[in-house]
Design a protein around this ligand. Structure first.
Ligand SMILES: NC(=O)c1ccc[n+]([C@@H]2O[C@H](COP(=O)([O-])OP(=O)(O)OC[C@H]3O[C@@H](n4cnc5c(N)ncnc54)[C@H](O)[C@@H]3O)[C@@H](O)[C@H]2O)c1
Ligand SMILES: N[C@@H](CCO)C(=O)O
Ligand code: NA
Length: 430
């Protein structure tokens, strides 16, 4: 029997406990597939006493997770604590510097420090693997690094946050309120420790930044992502979307434009006749358009204990097999520094919902504001009358530059008859 791969796990929450369970259940199978046993030698978490429903016998308990980074009997440290700074960052740095391989599910850490950590791993000739960090159980990092490596990526986009997709789906299906549905996602273990990361689009932006690095051979640039979350999407907009032939999804999208790399995360109107419109609930999907392969789509569970553990273990088997690959597809020193394409230069169509006073001339004034910016209208919907005297008016535009749309919105804001800040959602064409 070959010598075991000796594993130290930091963090025994949703994901860490899942990894312990999976390795226990598939131990024999994995030792055949990996060519040697995968053995958890030591674990660390905040509370030893906490009930976890996993068997930790035979594993050393380390009070301080940093001890895993230097323990002579550990080959690979699995970081499942979370957070972009603090202990997770120190642990990963120290483990790599001490010559350990690192497997992590921590997209926040990778989005902010991925390039530097990849460089350290390569200097030490160790793996930094993070399949679980992006789209959970979907093997998208592997796909970019291996199956699609022959292509130049033209564009990628996806549903990258299970919590938001679950909220948008459930709001549409049941008409229930945002807060109630968010609490369900938290209870199911999908949401981040701080759920504002989910609903404000930050988690999806972390994942998009990591994907963009791997897909475009660029240094990871989280600051270059334009981010908007789903808080302002109302049931009314979800209904209007349906009526217009769209579904509202929080997408992350990246492509190269003549202005640089455009990375954006925001609610989108997705045409109902595209497959991604029908990815519902906690499911994620990633579409990669390659110049030779064409369009490929990957879908599956992007969050939760089982899917995330599945991805962590895939990375562990790669390490057991001795497969050592650059973290972001190309060696870290070859990752290019690319400019972020400014959002003002984005070109696309728009959905705009206004609450307006129901009186003559208001719609003419709104369309006048758009016309002044040379924005052409595609359609308009107006709904009934209300007691408050305010009614929703929905406009969709043809393609225009975002800068023009912003100027038009500033004009509209000055119209006395428009009651609140308009809800604007970009319409995507695929
Ligand atoms: N839950 C998911 O579906 C999911 C999916 C993909 C990626 N992730 C990522 O996986 C990581 C873990 O997520 P989770 O949902 O399991 O979180 P969790 O909150 O359930 O678990 C975190 C664990 O880390 C431990 N921990 C926290 N601070 C510590 C410290 N200072 N020292 C030692 N241990 C400490 C906690 O005790 C706990 O055991 C995060 O980076 C998260 O973003 C989670
Ligand atoms: N909070 C994340 C977990 C998976 O990264 C989500 O909802 O998608
Ligand atoms: Na993945």
């Amino acid at each position: 029997m070959n010598s075991p791969l000796r594993i130290g796990i930091a963090g025994l929450g949703t994901v860490g406990a899942g990894v312990v369970k999976l390795l226990a259940e598939h131990g024999r199978l994995l030792s055949v597939r990996g060519g040697r046993p995968l053995k958890i030698v030591a674990v660390s978490a905040r509370s030893k006493a906490r009930k976890r429903d996993i068997d930790l016998s035979g594993m050393r308990w380390e009070k301080d997770p940093m001890a895993l980074a230097t323990a002579p009997d550990i080959d690979v440290v699995v970081e499942l604590i979370g957070g972009s700074g603090g202990v997770a960052r120190r642990l990963v740095q120290k483990a790599l510097a001490s010559g350990k391989h690192v497997v992590t599910a921590n997209k926040a850490l990778l989005a902010l420090h991925g390039t530097e950590l990849a460089a350290l791993a390569e200097k030490k000739q160790r793996s930094l693997a993070f399949e679980a960090a992006v789209a959970g159980g979907i093997p998208i990092i592997k796909a970019l690094r291996e199956g699609l490596v022959g292509n130049r990526v033209k564009r990628l986009y996806g549903i990258l946050n299970g919590t938001c997709n679950y909220i948008l789906t459930t709001m549409r299906e049941t008409g229930r309120d945002f807060d109630v549905v968010l609490a369900e996602a938290q209870a199911a273990g999908y949401a981040e420790a701080d759920p504002t990361f989910d609903v404000d689009g930050i988690d999806a932006a972390h994942k998009l930044a990591v994907l963009t690095g791997a897909a475009f051979g660029a240094r990871v640039d989280f600051a270059g992502v334009h981010v908007e979350g789903i808080r302002r999407v109302t049931s009314m907009d979800i209904e209007f979307a349906q009526e217009l032939g769209y579904r509202i999804k929080l997408l992350g999208l990246a492509r190269e434009t003549r202005h640089g790399i455009e990375q954006r995360v925001h609610p989108c109107m997705v045409p109902l006749d595209t497959p991604i419109a029908h990815i519902e609930g906690v499911f994620n999907a990633v579409v990669v358009e390659g110049d030779f392969v064409g369009t490929t789509m990957f879908q599956g569970r992007g969050a939760g204990q089982g899917p995330t553990a599945s991805a962590v273990v895939a990375d562990l088997v790669d390490v057991a097999r001795g497969r050592h690959m650059p973290a972001f597809v190309v060696p870290a020193e070859k990752l290019a520094t690319k400019k972020a394409s400014p959002m003002d230069r984005h070109v696309g169509a728009y959905y705009m919902r206004l609450m307006v006073q129901d009186r003559p001339g208001v719609i003419a004034a709104v369309s006048g504001a758009l016309a002044k910016e040379r924005i052409s209208l595609e359609s308009m919907l107006q709904r009934g009358r209300s007691e408050s005297g305010e009614v929703p008016v929905v406009l969709t535009t043809h393609e225009t530059e975002e800068a023009a749309m912003r100027r038009a919105l500033a004009r509209i804001a000055k119209l006395g008859a428009v009651a609140e800040e308009p809800c604007v959602i970009r319409i995507e064409a695929f």
